[in-house]
Design a protein around this ligand. Structure first.
Ligand code: MG
Length: 341
């Protein structure tokens, strides 16, 4: 989306004889983001879109280019070819932006270019200012923050099923109900808001009695960054939430995603969940959310500062019950007035 000090690109899309307006873009945004915006306007999935006049050196540009690299003319009318899916089928089986080849790369120790950090902070600040959050349930005092991806994390969006819940990761509702005790919960997906709302309705997450979701974030809250190794990628910076809600920080926030690159701006706060794929084969075996429920409970109870955790080793985490209760007692002894429950 358009950032401060950028020359914003106002683009329209022509498809099936009609013209559609899309949000203004910054030249530093990627083709992948542009395609999600086009999907929001037209309903055509990014992997079905062919943008005929969005080219790099004469060839149709791939998702990882920035708009600046393509030298797009301001007010360009993008000519698009692509077929529409049934809305519900699309919600069940639509891919995330980017393709599986990129998604499967594990950016383990990859970092964003240091020289660009200030640009990224400016982009995050812009999101903090301009991204409108529709709060479904207010934050609760003293709670930690859990940020969850949808596709392959909570839901197998590539398999086909008659009912949405057949593609739901096993124990999803139990997991969310358990986490809700200690955490406010945010869902963040690299898709458009209407897909997120549709999926959460399908899965029964939106209306569940035993937990409440604080809000949803979509691709518009993401930013485009450059990595030396993999080029341009779109990521989910937690700074967008932390800037709007200062009670949350790296000390009390954890994010789950099946793609490590999504938390490249906050590598220490992210936990790479095993992707839930091939729901039909794995529905009876997958216990990832059960084990992660225990981890969330343990760290909420026994860890006062999530910066001290290494989520890569979450399965080996052993809470230090003794020293934690000793230090807690000490803290309570020295300040009897600040009684903790
Ligand atoms: Mg995912």
């Amino acid at each position: 989306m358009c950032d401060i000090n950028d020359s914003c690109l106002k683009l329209t899309v022509k498809w099936n004889g009609k013209e559609y307006d899309i949000p203004e873009f910054s030249p530093s945004d990627s083709v992948a983001m542009l395609k999600i915006a086009i999907e929001n306007a037209t309903g055509v999935r990014p992997d079905r879109q062919k943008l005929l006049n969005v080219k790099f050196q004469g060839k149709v540009a791939t998702d990882n280019y920035t708009l600046a690299e393509l030298n797009l003319k301001p007010n360009l009318k993008i000519m698009m070819m692509g077929s529409l899916e049934e809305a519900i089928q699309g919600a069940l089986a639509r891919p995330e932006c980017g393709d599986d080849v990129v998604n499967d790369l594990d950016l383990d120790d990859e970092e964003v270019d240091v020289e660009n950090q200030e640009i990224y902070l400016a982009k995050i600040n812009k999101r903090v200012r301009d991204y409108k959050i529709n709060v479904l349930n207010e934050p609760r005092p003293g709670k930690k923050l859990l940020v969850l991806d949808i596709d392959y994390t909570l839901f197998d969006h590539r398999s086909v099923a008659e009912k949405g819940y057949e593609l739901m990761r096993p124990f999803l509702h139990e997991f969310l109900a358990s986490a809700y005790v200690d955490y406010d919960i945010v869902i963040w997906s690299a898709t458009g808001m209407k897909w997120i709302e549709e999926k959460m309705k399908l899965l029964g997450v939106a209306t569940h009695q035993n937990y409440k979701i604080m809000f949803y974030l979509d691709y518009l809250a993401m930013i485009t960054v450059h990595t030396a190794k993999y080029g341009t990628i779109d990521v989910k910076p937690l700074g967008v939430i932390w800037g709007k809600y200062p009670q949350y920080s790296s000390k009390n926030t954890i994010m789950f995603d099946d793609i490590r690159r999504n938390f490249i701006m906050n590598p220490k706060s992210g936990l790479k969940i095993r992707p839930f794929r091939q729901a039909h084969l794995n529905r009876d075996k997958d216990r990832e959310l059960v084990h992660l429920s225990t981890y969330l409970l343990d760290i909420a109870q026994y860890c006062d500062d999530f910066d001290t955790l290494n989520h890569k080793k979450w399965e080996k985490y052993k809470p230090d019950r003794k020293s934690h209760s000793a230090s807690k007692r000490k803290a309570e002894d020295s300040s009897p007035s600040s009684h903790k429950e």
